[in-house]
Write a protein that binds this ligand. Sequence first.
Ligand SMILES: Nc1ncnc2c1ncn2[C@@H]1O[C@H](COP(=O)(O)OP(=O)(O)OP(=O)(O)O)[C@@H](O)[C@H]1O
Ligand SMILES: [Mg+2]
Length: 271
Amino acid sequence: MSTPSPLPQTGVAGAAPAAGAQAAVVLETRKLCLSFGALKVTRDVDFQLRAGERHALIGSNGAGKSTLVNLLAGVLQPHSGDILLDGERINKLAPFQRVRRGLVRTFQITALFGEMTPLDSVALAVCQANGAGLSFVGASPAHARAVDEAAEILRTVGLLEHARDETRFMAYGHQRLLEIALALACKPRVLLLDEPAAGVPMGESRRLLQTLAELPGDLTILLIEHDMKLVFQFASRISVLAEGALLAQGTPNEIANDERVRQSYLGHSHA
Ligand SMILES: Nc1ncnc2c1ncn2[C@@H]1O[C@H](COP(=O)(O)OP(=O)(O)OP(=O)(O)O)[C@@H](O)[C@H]1O
Ligand SMILES: [Mg+2]
């Protein structure tokens, strides 16, 4: 394998804000609403994601977290309200168009090519993201560059030593890291992660979240996670959904001390 090239630039404008200044809002929803029949699953959600944030989205089962991510990613269409990326309304953009603009998501349930190696899967995704299509045959320079880039991405998520394993035989925690690697191959500016640690044993999930926290600081991350210990270690800001509505948004400290959140979700025992 040749020397890997640097990790692709994620390039959020104005990544780390000056002390005291607030980073720019990258992704925003205004009065976002969606119902499934009579069930209102997204209720007037005004949500803001700022550049470089490590933002956790929490709430009980069925609170509407995955639905909100599906709306942001364009998998679902809102019945009313707006979604803005860099201040521009993107309601009408298809999921792949949002990915091209740097808005990339992973799913709550794993979906990988089991018989491929992580290196091949990620290189394929890099080829696609670089506009080289899926013509992944032969020893072209584009192919060599994609393999180098893939290796660097796998290094970033701590999977380089498993680069040539067969995916289906990898530990589940490693498979979930591979999903994150595939998302990184799309050169995201904003990464939406729907329970990336679901089903992963505790020690591994802590490492997985640590890997996420250490991704380049200009990458904005929205994470759905149920384990409050992991959430409070990871997040610089937290949003709480309850029955489709945004109950609170704030720093971990503000959320931990928010009486409504404590009563409805965290419970009185949360320190
Ligand atoms: N396609 C659908 N059709 C009808 N109802 C749906 C659909 N998708 C989700 N729902 C319902 O919408 C509500 C919100 O679901 P959602 O999956 O967004 O919750 P969640 O917060 O992600 O929950 P969990 O923590 O269990 O993943 C739930 O009551 C769910 O049953
Ligand atoms: Mg969900």
